[in-house]
Design a protein around this ligand. Structure first.
Ligand code: DC
Length: 220
């Protein structure tokens, strides 16, 4: 039987790439919930809506056409925005809109609907605590801010984006603080989540550690 798997943790802890690898190994689909908050931020920016204008953002989400394709592409109003949502400006914007309770409620509903039949790996900040409270496998992935900044630096360099280590480190710490201290569903480890520190692990080691946990819980 296909279950749903919850993966939470701060930015650049490796959640997304590990979720892709797990999806491949298990024949599951990866849903990157952070990309949904990013799409909301991009749409707000394009529509001239302030990131803290809850009423307008909620109305915008209700009218918005957002498709999360199983291959990871993000389609907003028919346009592939998968790369446009990865800028540093949108990263901070996503963290800003994610503070709004109305925005969270709308996106959580969409996420729960997408994975209702099982077979999904959801990565985000509130998956184990809110979206999939009953998920049989919950992982809380962490890594030191320095290890995460180093990874983001390499990622950015390969994509021609911001490549200033100190700036990236500062942005990571700022976003961590904001994500962990917001009023609604702050980033926190679910009581029944298993913590994995990926700082000194290869992606393959992390994948295998999670696969072992899945096997233990499900027998698969
Ligand atoms: O995972 P990410 O860095 O792409 O997420 C972007 C922002 O969206 C992050 O700073 C916090 C927010 N987010 C959230 O509040 N809840 C989620 N489930 C996923 C992301």
């Amino acid at each position: 039987m296909k279950i749903n798997i919850a993966i939470d943790g701060p930015s650049a802890a490796g959640k997304s790439s590990i979720s892709d690898m797990l999806a491949e190994s298990l024949g599951y689909t990866h849903l990157d919930t952070g990309a949904m908050y990013r799409a909301v931020a991009l749409s707000a920016l394009r529509n001239g809506i302030a990131y803290d204008d809850e009423e307008k953002i909620v109305a915008m989400i209700e009218a918005m056409k957002l498709e999360m394709l199983p291959d990871g592409r993000v389609i907003l109003e028919g346009e592939d925005v998968s790369e446009k949502i990865r800028t540093d400006e949108i990263s901070m914007g996503a963290s800003d809109v994610s503070k709004l309770q109305g925005c969270r409620e709308a996106l959580v509903r969409m996420q729960q609907h997408i994975c209702k039949d099982g077979g999904y790996i959801l990565d985000g900040r509130d998956i184990g605590t809110v979206v999939l409270k009953d998920a049989p496998v919950k992982i809380y992935m962490v890594a030191s801010p320095e290890a995460r900044a180093q990874r983001r630096l390499l990622q950015n360099q390969s994509q021609g984006l911001l490549a200033d280590y100190e700036q990236i480190l500062e942005d990571i710490k700022k976003r961590d603080y904001q994500d962990m201290h917001r009023e609604h569903s702050p980033l926190t480890k679910a009581e029944d989540a298993i913590e994995i520190d990926t700082s000194d692990m290869t992606k393959e080691e992390v994948r295998d550690a999670v696969l072992a946990i899945v096997k233990e819980k499900t027998g698969d």
